[in-house]
Design a protein around this ligand. Structure first.
Ligand code: M6R
Length: 615
């Protein structure tokens, strides 16, 4: 949700900032801007629209070795030139870019207006930059930028990751964080600052993750480079420098038309990488659990906290946990959980699932559960992300960077690792025999190959998309392991093709949903030959009797369903538990092809952003 980037060094900053914005654009893309500081002048360029529009708008490459930039996902104020960042203070002396929301901005704005400040935008960010200015100039002597920022932050509530420049301090960038993420890249005589590491890794793999309520002051001039990290309460901190392993090729499309398509096709590999080293000699190893093993094995309950696709992965894992580890599982939308008064016991284990590891609602829900004594496991795809850092047991998927806003490989790798976690519990508690576990693992290890087979059948999914892409509504139905898949399939379709789609359990259909079915309603059934097969066939008949258009995901060779439905997508035969791994692939492909035919912006769907760092 908004991408911010900064550069401090000896090189020309503009190209680095623009390239960085392009890499961060998946976080928000309704306006973009840069500010460069050179010869005690701050030049700001900003424009509504994507980074490409900003580039077209800036005719002549601006100069400067220090700069900050922003790509926006609007919260306060509609997408427009005036609301784009950087925002300037009234005097034009201070420039800021901001990711987050200043919750008490209206109260601060009123005070500033009384003091004579004028506001040109509708943003909370412009209030913050003027607060910094006001604090800097209103004492007996002018404060340094970092001190003014520090004191201003003590007056605000909400979330922020900010980069601030001051005209009179031409060698300095001040950075601060609360809630929203910031990574500092340490190069040779240069520094990079960004919302995440994606724009940094082509320059350096040495990074510092700023923690909440921390600020960094970076100064560079001919003689020296200096980075100081302290809290907003003025306590100096020693930075921990981490080495990141992501390779630059992972951030490119690699010949695919879209990141989403590339990421769908990466799934066999992503699953293999995520289970690598976790299965040995027919046993599951989860070494990261370490000293928290007993907390997990003795848990009376598992609470899964997540949003969006990660929530669906959590829901899928509820079936795994109940089937194999006999532990009751609650799967909760993090955004609801944190605002209730949830009952949390000390022997609860919370599993927070988040691809980005930065989702604000999930992070806040985890903090709440941790404060109340639960043991926190996290499952994230981004090493060092905020949720992983707060967890007692950070567990990772190794899917590689997911750039497309629609989650694909994150889902399949999340359920892969969650399945292993269940089997680990089952094995440690001797709930399943070694033989049974070995059989499950043998089938599981063949999943990447089965996904490859499905990917080869992409053409048949495309043909169905061609027939149905002009429809206005869709229903997705499944039972058991197929139910979370129905939710996920519908989410994929609506977010990238803007078609209204509902995911439902097939059993609930007759309690209301069926009223929607007529000859214009495509209904997609997950109808593999599993334990719910007969029941699902009956549901298909019910829809056909009302003239609905039925698309069925069927087990390869299922002639019975083929005869009664309009379209089929065949998937290889699997046990119930492996269904989500194979059935999710055609659902992703169908959404992709429909969106493509409708001419939608697949990787950056309207109104959405990859990493939702506001509540
Ligand atoms: O990074 P997270 O897994 O925490 O993100 C959660 C959701 O925002 C995310 O899954 C979203 O629903 C995706 N766009 C779905 O494709």
């Amino acid at each position: 949700m908004c991408g911010i980037i900064g550069y401090v060094g000896k090189k020309e900053a503009y190209e680095i900032l623009i390239k960085g914005l392009e890499r961060l654009e998946y976080r928000g893309y309704d306006s973009a801007g840069v500010a460069l500081l050179s010869n005690n002048v701050i030049s700001v360029y900003k424009k509504k629209g994507k980074v490409a529009e900003l580039k077209n708008f800036i005719q002549k490459t601006p100069k400067g070795n220090i700069g900050i930039a922003h790509t926006r996902w609007a919260t306060h104020g509609s997408p427009s030139d005036k609301n784009a960042h950087p925002q300037l203070s009234n005097s034009g002396n201070i420039a800021i870019v901001h990711n987050g929301i200043i919750e008490n901005y209206l109260a601060i704005k009123e005070v500033l207006i009384k003091k004579g400040y004028k506001f040109k935008s509708d943003t909370d960010t412009e209030v913050l930059v003027n607060l910094i200015e006001d604090i800097r100039i209103n004492g007996s002597k002018k404060l340094n930028l970092d001190e003014a920022v520090r004191l201003a932050l003590q007056k605000v509530t909400g979330a922020y990751a900010i980069l601030v420049l001051l005209k009179d301090e031409p060698d300095t960038v001040v950075i601060a964080k609360m809630g929203s993420p910031v990574v500092l890249g340490i190069g040779k005589e240069e520094f990079f600052i960004a919302s995440d590491a994606t724009p940094i890794i082509e320059y350096t793999n040495k990074v510092i993750y700023l923690e909440d309520e921390e600020m960094a002051i970076i100064k560079t001039n001919r003689e020296s480079n200096k980075i100081t990290i302290k809290t907003i309460n003025n306590k100096i901190k020693n930075p921990n420098i981490h080495t990141i392993k992501t390779k630059i090729e992972e951030l490119e499309k690699g010949g695919f038309k879209h990141f989403m398509l590339k990421e769908i096709f990466e799934q066999p590999h992503a699953i293999k990488d995520s289970i690598l080293g976790r299965i040995k000699n027919g046993k599951v190893r989860m070494e990261e659990i370490g000293e928290y093993k007993n907390n997990l094995l003795n848990a009376k309950r598992i609470i899964i906290l997540a949003c969006g696709t990660s929530f669906h992965a959590g829901l899928e894992s509820k079936y795994f946990f109940e089937e194999y580890s006999h532990i009751p599982v609650l799967v909760e939308y993090a955004s609801e959980f944190r605002y209730r008064k949830p009952v949390i016991y000390k022997d609860d284990v919370v599993v927070a699932i988040s691809q980005s590891g930065e989702t604000a609602d999930t992070l806040a829900a985890v903090k709440l559960a941790k404060e109340q004594g639960a043991t926190i496991f996290s499952l994230c795809n981004v090493v060092g992300s905020s949720i992983s850092r707060i967890a007692h047991v950070p567990i990772y998927t190794f899917a590689g960077p997911e750039i497309g806003v629609a989650s694909t490989k994150a889902f399949t790798t999340q359920i892969a690792v969650l399945l292993l976690l269940c089997l680990f519990i089952a094995s440690e508690k001797r709930l399943l025999s070694n033989k049974k576990i070995q059989n499950i693992l043998t089938e599981f290890e063949n999943i990447p190959q089965k996904i490859e087979q499905i990917l080869l059948e992409d053409k048949s999914v495309k043909e169905i998309a061609l027939k149905l892409y002009e429809m206005q509504n869709f229903i997705y139905l499944g039972r058991g392991y197929g139910f979370p898949l129905a939710l996920e399939g519908a989410l994929k379709l609506k977010e990238i093709s803007y078609i209204h789609a509902e995911g439902y359990t097939a059993g609930e259909m007759k309690h209301g949903l069926l009223a929607l079915v007529d000859k214009n309603m495509p209904v997609l059934f997950i109808a593999n030959k599993g334990s719910s097969y007969e029941k699902v066939v009956s549901n298909i008949m019910e829809v056909k009797a009302r003239n609905g258009i039925v698309i069925s995901l069927i087990t390869k060779g299922d002639a019975r369903i083929k005869k009664i439905v309009d379209y089929v997508i065949e998937i290889p035969e699997t046990s119930d538990v492996m269904l989500p791994f194979v059935a999710s692939i055609p659902l992703q492909l169908l959404a992709y092809h429909i969106a493509l035919l409708r001419g939608c912006e697949i990787d950056k769907p309207r109104n959405l952003a990859k990493s939702v760092t506001v509540e």
